[in-house]
Design a protein around this ligand. Structure first.
Ligand code: COS
Length: 388
């Protein structure tokens, strides 16, 4: 489709990602999952290659390539290792509130560090009692002279413990619902900030997920992101732009899993011939490949439209763009789950054992149906855009 013809820059970036994935990511994927360790070595490589700042404007030290490019990078890495892909997607989620809603001073101060990878950002929205109902948060921020004082606990925070800066959403005017929420940048050494429980997860085991606790945590008043009371809108405007990154991660997992299964089917012989020759199995693969292709166009369309609107200076994306963003996350997440589950099936016992990557891919796929809004929340968002 003409609309998705990649630019020369995007093609060159993709070539570089593919080479790096083959040489450095794929050989590490199994170990990263087994040890449950964040791959700092790969983060450094991604930083050197400019992958972490692909969607940060050049004036702030990034590549200025846009969201679609960031999604392409994420997708490519996820074909081999979903945890490593989350290094790119997590960077995008972490820096987007500042990029779209921060003051010039804050952007100058932090965006170049996020672009170069010197700083890792994190996004602090979810709380133990405020998941899908993000507006039901109880973290509070109270003004005290030239400072804000934050109290509360955020949970399931990607990059928790290794992030240099957390974007924390907190109630500044209790009683005003989502209109009383504001956003703040909290640096890792802010007094009163501590890291709580580290989660032991089913998948994406090479990504760190923790509680982030604020106990009379003091930050400079200048670290407020956007106007007072605009924090919830900023969180939603961020998720409209970052759900495609999760979709890209999901799509990459699906592609990696199908690729593995297809190669296996060509080699594996039963009843005297490769199992790839059995029509029942070919039909399964044909359906999965079609699902992947459909999901891919939805993702690329959503990211392209979000890019065009961001370039035109929109903070809140149009209803069409918001709807497509939720749709691509819904579709790609479900495709990842279906493809990985069926890929395990196609490979039988070899799909189920830890020696091969499919069982990891199936575990990794599951999170894409949960984070950055569950598949149920995506339906709420899509329905809202259709009927509002
Ligand atoms: N962009 C900008 N602002 C938005 C917005 C968007 N896409 N969607 C909502 N807002 C702002 C608007 O100010 C809106 O008020 P108006 O509609 O009057 O303009 C306000 O937020 C309230 O919106 P809404 O009524 O839709 O809020 P709800 O509390 O009903 O929230 C859902 C709806 C469920 C969609 C929201 O809470 C959500 O996305 N939850 C999931 C959160 C999530 O993804 N968590 C994962 C965290 S990251 S791992």
């Amino acid at each position: 489709m003409e609309q998705f013809a990649l630019t020369d820059d995007q093609k060159a970036i993709l070539d570089a990602v593919r080479r790096l994935v083959k040489e450095k990511v794929e050989p590490r994927a199994k170990e990263i999952d087994e040890k449950g360790e964040y791959p700092f070595d790969l983060k450094e490589l991604f930083a050197e290659m400019g992958f972490l700042g692909a969607d940060i404007p050049e004036e702030y030290g990034g590549q200025g390539q846009g969201l679609l490019t960031s999604c392409l990078i994420t997708e490519e890495i996820a074909k081999a290792c979903a945890s490593s892909a989350l290094i790119v997607a997590g960077q995008e989620l972490g820096f987007t509130p500042l990029k779209i809603g921060g003051s010039e001073e804050l952007k100058q101060k932090f965006l170049p560090k996020f672009a170069s990878g010197e700083f890792i950002p994190a996004f602090g929205l979810t709380e133990p009692n405020a998941g899908s109902d993000a507006g039901g948060m109880s973290t509070k921020a109270v003004r005290d002279g030239d400072h804000w004082v934050l109290n509360g606990t955020k949970c399931f925070i990607t990059n928790g413990g290794i992030a240099d800066v957390y974007t924390i959403f907190a109630k500044t005017t209790p009683g005003e619902g989502v209109k009383g929420i504001s956003a703040f940048l909290v640096e890792k050494d802010a007094p009163g900030l501590s890291i709580g429980k580290h989660e032991n997860k089913m998948g994406i085991r090479g990504s760190l997920t923790t509680d982030v606790i604020m106990n009379d945590c003091r930050i400079p008043a200048a670290h407020q992101v956007g106007e007072l009371g605009t924090g919830f809108g900023l969180a939603m405007a961020t998720l409209d732009r970052t759900r495609p990154c999760v979709a890209a991660q999901a799509l990459g997992i699906a592609e990696g899993a199908l690729d593995f299964a297809v190669n296996y089917m060509k080699e594996r012989k039963q009843f005297g011939k490769p199992i790839a020759t059995f029509q029942g199995l070919q039909f399964m693969v044909a359906e999965l490949a079609t699902e992947i292709e459909a999901a891919k166009y939805l993702l690329y369309k959503a990211a392209s439209i979000a890019d065009a609107e961001s370039k035109a200076g929109r903070l809140r994306l149009s209803s069409e763009a918001g709807k497509l963003s939720a749709m691509c996350k819904l579709k790609c997440g479900d495709v990842a789950m279906r493809v990985t589950t069926d890929a395990v099936q196609l490979c039988g016992g070899y799909g189920y054992i830890k020696e091969y990557p499919l069982e990891r891919m199936m575990r990794d796929a599951k999170i894409t149906q949960i984070y950055e809004g569950t598949q149920q929340v995506q339906r709420v968002v899509i329905g809202g855009h259709i009927f509002r």
